[in-house]
Ligand binder design. Structure first.
Ligand SMILES: Nc1nc2c(ncn2[C@@H]2O[C@H](COP(=O)(O)OP(=O)(O)OP(=O)(O)O)[C@@H](O)[C@H]2O)c(=O)[nH]1
Ligand SMILES: [Mg+2]
Length: 295
């Protein structure tokens, strides 16, 4: 008899949620960067542990939102948790009990679904230091289970998946078993471009950049032409993304293209166009284009 569980992966920005989801699925479904607020919308990864199918929902990090975009992101994260059978609260063990995490715990208490605590980045801290942190967290919220993992090293991830599979409620699989994620290729391309913007630019630029795939054309030779637009809020940000003589945007394109070729296993011709669009992060259409609904 098959079983199936929808598991929301929630937590503060930069806790390692997307890294965990990628480690669990054995491929890259969600972009990762050292900067907070990397993930902007929910992405479902399908992880097969027959007879169980685990659907891990990666969500945006939860923080105090200011912009319309931020509010939609945080709403997507909490929405992910309410729609799920259970939730994993991923905590950066190095960062510990931050103010942001304290605020998240307050709302986690009100969730109706079971929540497991996943202490991540244990490779960065001494084991003894984990005990007071675990005690402080479990004093706040009654977690059904606690796991200690290193998502980058894939330490403890298998054990976590085995426990999730054992607990999955009986029922039919919701996705075809060879499906890795629910992310369409157009969104994947835009996300991979954004990942390299996050990696190659700094300060306010990454958070004011958004990427949309304008067109995707399959060619008779089996390759695809992909045109993406990078939206930024100000002329200065556009200049930074373009770089001296177009150096930065070329490098973003080169890295993104290489990665897309690897992920999609076909030749890709990637064209990037940078547009200044003041206030895009307050624009409903741009936010909807990211797959976010407003609450
Ligand atoms: N040392 C170490 N670093 C980790 C681990 N897991 C994630 N990281 C790093 O932490 C940073 C953030 O990882 P992400 O997976 O993007 O974090 P996230 O929680 O998805 O972040 P948002 O999408 O911004 O909410 C990246 O630089 C990761 O490489 C871990 O187990 N150990
Ligand atoms: Mg993420």
């Amino acid at each position: 008899m098959t079983s199936c569980s929808i598991i929301a992966v929630i937590g503060a920005p930069n806790a390692g949620k997307s890294t965990l989801v990628n480690a669990a699925s054995g491929t890259k479904v969600s972009i990762v960067s050292p900067k907070p607020q990397t993930t902007r919308f929910r992405i479902r990864a399908v992880v097969m542990r027959p007879p169980a199918q685990l659907i891990l929902t990666d969500t945006p990090g939860i923080f105090a939102p200011r912009r319309r975009l931020d509010r939609a992101m945080v709403a997507a994260a909490w929405g992910g948790a309410t729609d799920a059978d259970m939730a994993l609260l991923v905590v950066d063990a190095k960062a510990g009990l931050t103010e942001a995490l304290t605020a998240i715990l307050e709302r986690v208490k009100q969730l109706r679904v079971p929540v497991w605590l996943v202490l991540n980045k244990v490779d960065l801290v001494d084991r003894p230091a984990l005990l007071p942190l675990t005690a402080a967290l479990t004093a706040e919220v009654q977690f059904a289970e606690t796991f200690m993992i290193s998502a980058t090293k894939s330490d403890g991830v298998d054990r976590l998946l085995a426990a999730l599979a054992a607990r999955a409620p009986a029922g039919p699989w919701l996705f075809p078993e060879d499906e890795l994620s629910d992310l369409p290729n157009r969104m994947l391309a835009a996300e991979v471009v954004r990942e390299h913007i996050l990696r190659l630019t700094h300060e306010e630029v990454p958070h004011h950049a958004s990427v949309e795939t304008e067109s995707w054309t399959e060619r008779p030779d089996g390759s695809a032409r992909v045109d993406c637009t990078i939206y930024v809020s100000r002329a200065g940000q556009k200049a930074i993304i373009i770089g001296d003589g177009g150096r930065t945007v070329k490098e973003i394109g080169r890295r993104a293209r290489e990665e897309l070729i690897r992920l999609l296993e076909k030749p890709i011709h990637l064209f990037l166009n940078v547009k200044e669009r003041q206030g895009w992060d307050e624009e409903r259409a741009r936010i909807r284009a990211l797959g976010l609904e407003e609450s």
